[in-house]
Design a protein around this ligand. Structure first.
Ligand code: FEO
Length: 170
């Protein structure tokens, strides 16, 4: 069993990771509508990663004898006005996720729940990588994406992204 507050925060994170997957699928859908299948692929894979994160939090709770509560998943409501919007919103979103994970880490350390802090180490590293990858994509888009040839090449590059299972197992 885990500390009640830690279990509750981890359960909220299950929901938030599923929301992240839903949000990124909505971005993928936006790019599909725009005819940018490479950007859409990048976000579909991003959504797969988020689903995998949700499952890891869920399994961690189960592994520790906690009941998982499935809550409603919020509806993505972003208004996307240009191709850069989803990228910028993703960076903001990932920063928010980082702050949520940091908060769980902080609370777990406060009650000496080092099993949970150790579990979260992987996510802290992962968040660093996620923020860096979307930040790099924003920079690439700003450099090349506003020119139609550059946009085509960037879309082709993003079409090559493939899904890799998380290296963490429970
Ligand atoms: Fe699972 Fe991108 O946070």
């Amino acid at each position: 069993m885990l500390n009640t507050k830690i279990a509750q925060l981890l359960n909220e994170q299950v929901n938030y990771e599923f929301y992240s997957a839903y949000l990124y699928l909505s971005y993928s859908n936006y790019y599909i509508d725009a005819g940018l299948e490479g950007f859409a692929n990048w976000y579909t894979i991003q959504a797969q990663e988020e689903r995998a994160h949700a499952i890891l939090f869920l399994e961690y709770l189960q592994h520790n004898g906690e009941k998982v509560i499935f809550e409603d998943i919020e509806k993505p409501t972003d208004i996307l006005e240009n191709y850069l919007d989803p990228l910028k919103k993703s960076l903001e979103h990932e920063r928010l996720v980082t702050s949520k994970i940091n908060n769980i880490y902080h609370e777990a350390a406060a009650v000496k729940d080092y099993r949970t802090t150790q579990f979260l180490d992987w996510f802290i590293k992962e968040q660093g990588e996620e923020e860096a990858s979307v930040d790099a994509l924003i920079k690439k888009y700003e450099l090349f994406g506003t020119d139609s040839k550059g946009l085509y090449l960037l879309d082709t590059e993003l079409a090559a992204r493939t899904y890799v299972e998380p290296s963490l197992t429970i």
